[in-house]
Design a protein around this ligand. Structure first.
Ligand code: ADP
Ligand code: MG
Length: 231
């Protein structure tokens, strides 16, 4: 079994002035390639802290964190950015699409940052992804012409554009109604099936976590239980 992410005795303490704020208090887990994983817990339980560290956006205070065979905490800023560009995709709660670009251009954007994509190859990839997320007929629309669910479909396609091996989605459904949230998770799962990408998402909504195949429950910076569906 190849683990994509391994955490051992992982701790994170923020310093807010003179006050130490423990956000993760010793967390252990392993996530396998191709998994569809949720970190679930109430606001303040440490979900964003954990996803930010897996994404190399923040560093652990103690413990080890290995992402795609890389000790992510050891990377300096530039190396972490390169690692993200080569391996990771991100989906955000508020979509984070570029407002002046069309759906097509938003998906193409990460490909323009990678030098070896020819125009033909970019066109083929964007067209493939637009179709895969069911947005082929909306390619020319800008974000303000799309619904929340449509915007998140574009964001899912963008996260996968450069063939990310791991997609991190921090509360990707927090701004969507329940039916739309459910459909976005189904779409993410379909992308996992079609492209083999590992997905890790977070949610504070217990109704949504049933969509995950592996659930890790966080409470006050600790994992309180974990397991498969309905565990
Ligand atoms: P969640 O995403 O589950 O809501 P967070 O990871 O955002 O939880 O926060 C976990 C804990 O860490 C909370 O107590 C929060 O207030 C604290 N925290 C998060 N980020 C910072 C920061 N930059 N500085 C100080 N405390 C922080
Ligand atoms: Mg959060």
């Amino acid at each position: 079994m190849s683990a994509v992410v391994t955490a051992q005795a992982l701790e994170k303490t923020y310093q807010a002035g003179d006050v130490a704020v423990p956000a993760l208090r010793g967390v252990d887990f392993a996530i396998n390639a191709g998994a569809f994983v949720a970190f679930v817990g109430p606001s303040g339980s440490g979900k964003s802290t954990l996803l930010n560290m897996i994404g190399g956006l923040d560093k652990p205070s103690a413990g080890t964190l290995t992402v795609l065979d890389t000790d992510i905490a050891r990377l300096d800023r530039r190396a972490a950015a390169e690692f993200r560009g080569a391996n990771l995709g991100f989906i955000f709660q508020d979509f984070n699409l570029i407002p002046v670009l069309t759906a097509y251009e938003n998906i193409e954007y990460p490909l323009l940052m990678v030098q070896d994509w020819s125009a033909d190859k970019r066109r083929a990839r964007v067209t493939e992804l637009l179709a895969a997320v069911g947005m082929g007929d909306q390619a020319g629309k800008r974000p303000d012409q799309l619904s929340g669910g449509q915007k998140q479909r574009v964001a899912v396609a963008r996260a996968l554009a450069t063939n990310a091996r791991l997609v991190l989605a921090d509360e990707p459904t927090a701004n969507l109604d329940h039916d739309t949230a459910y459909r976005i998770l189904e779409l993410m799962k379909k992308m996992r099936d079609d492209f083999g990408t590992t997905f890790i998402f977070s949610t504070h909504d217990p109704k949504i976590m049933g969509e995950a195949e592996v659930v890790f429950s966080l409470e006050d910076g600790r994992l309180v239980n974990s397991g498969g569906k309905h565990a």
